[in-house]
Design a protein around this ligand. Structure first.
Ligand SMILES: Nc1nc2c(ncn2[C@@H]2O[C@H](COP(=O)(O)OP(=O)(O)O)[C@@H](O)[C@H]2O)c(=O)[nH]1
Ligand SMILES: [Mg+2]
Length: 325
């Protein structure tokens, strides 16, 4: 690859230009700043925002071991065949130092590692001041602005953070595997509502047909107000079986989104959520910084725990001190 001149940290505009040209090193630098939650990332994100909204963002979630990474890998391969640039964000709850899963993913991803049309990034789930969903959304924006036409976001569907991440994708894919009743439990625990598409992976395994019947029964009863009926696709991701169909269904859903008035509303709801979240973070950040240092917070907490005061009075006091009342 041709060497591009390095941007100096004091020149955000050069960095922005490099991101917009799709330079992977500039993309990596901006993403690191976003991850560190440095103030420095904000002017960059401001500049990049108007150039976003073009990628197809695909959220992939499901229980650990269901085959999400294998599917992501295969989908990336299909999009690369069409010469689309692909960004992959793996949000992994395990620490990068102990996570065996990440190591496995890395080895699998080596196929794409030498491909300049693929950008892979894994994000740790801890330590994001404004929340993981916000950090992920910012990383998606950077990839979007850098011209990655497809961005695949893999998360383990367990916590609220992960659900929030998948909600901000254009298309949410829930990956399940035939494994007793656990997955049905997982669906009841909220995966059911977020899937635009369900993938029954490992359909080469025992019990796949039985599990398929259960899933179809659950999905059969589902009706959505946007007129979409979530599909179920059976796959064997390790063999690439059914992955073309997953891709076709993703694109079918995207067409549906474009044609449906509910889509615009959905877009506005997401934008509203993002704005309010940002405002919440910034306001709280300001209050903490100005009038509520750690010692004061501790003192308040102690008096609350001891029932010497009540949370309403304390909140009012804090707001008054912050000049908000
Ligand atoms: N038998 C079978 N194994 C699979 C299939 N897809 C993935 N696997 C295996 O299941 C394990 C977990 O896959 P992985 O993609 O890491 O799952 P993730 O945790 O959801 O990302 C790996 O050992 C894969 O090789 C499949 O369709 N059939
Ligand atoms: Mg994985």
């Amino acid at each position: 690859m041709k060497k591009l001149p390095r941007a100096r940290s004091g020149h955000p505009n050069i960095l922005v230009e490099e991101v917009l040209r799709g330079d992977p090193r500039a993309v990596a630098r901006v993403i690191s700043q976003v991850e560190d939650d440095t103030q420095a990332a904000i002017p960059l994100l401001k500049e990049l925002f108007s150039r976003t909204g073009r990628s197809l963002v695909i959220g992939i979630t499901g229980p650990p071991g269901a085959g999400k990474s294998t599917l992501v890998d295969r989908l990336a391969g299909l999009y690369r065949k069409e010469d689309q640039r692909v960004g992959i964000i793996a949000v992994d709850p395990t620490s990068p130092f102990t996570g065996g899963a990440i190591l496995g993913d890395r080895i699998r991803m080596q196929v794409h590692a030498t491909d300049p049309g693929v950008f892979i990034r894994s994000m740790a789930t801890r330590g994001h001041l404004g929340g993981l969903a916000k950090a992920t959304q910012d990383v998606v924006s950077v990839l979007d602005a850098a011209g990655y036409q497809v961005v695949l976001v893999e998360t383990v569907g367990v916590g609220q953070d992960e659900v929030d991440i998948v909600r901000t994708a254009d298309v949410s894919v829930v990956v399940l595997m035939p494994d007793g009743g656990d997955d049905v439990q997982a669906m009841k625990a909220g995966l059911m509502e977020i899937g635009d598409l369900f993938v029954l992976n490992k359909s080469d395994k025992e019990g796949a047909e039985r599990f398929e019947r259960i899933l179809l029964a659950i999905l059969g009863g589902a009706s959505r107000k946007d007129g979409w009926s979530p599909r179920l696709v059976k796959t064997v991701a390790t063999q690439g079986e059914g992955v073309e169909e997953v891709k076709a269904r993703i694109e079918e859903y995207r067409r549906h989104l474009r044609e449906s008035p509910a889509a615009r509303q959905h877009g506005e709801e997401l934008a509203r959520g993002r704005l309010l979240q940002l405002l919440r973070d910034r306001l709280l950040g300001r209050v903490l910084e100005r009038v509520l240092d750690e010692a004061t917070l501790e003192r308040y907490s102690r008096s609350l725990a001891g029932r010497e005061s009540d949370p309403y009075t304390i909140t009012e006091q804090i707001m008054k001190k912050a000049g908000l009342k």
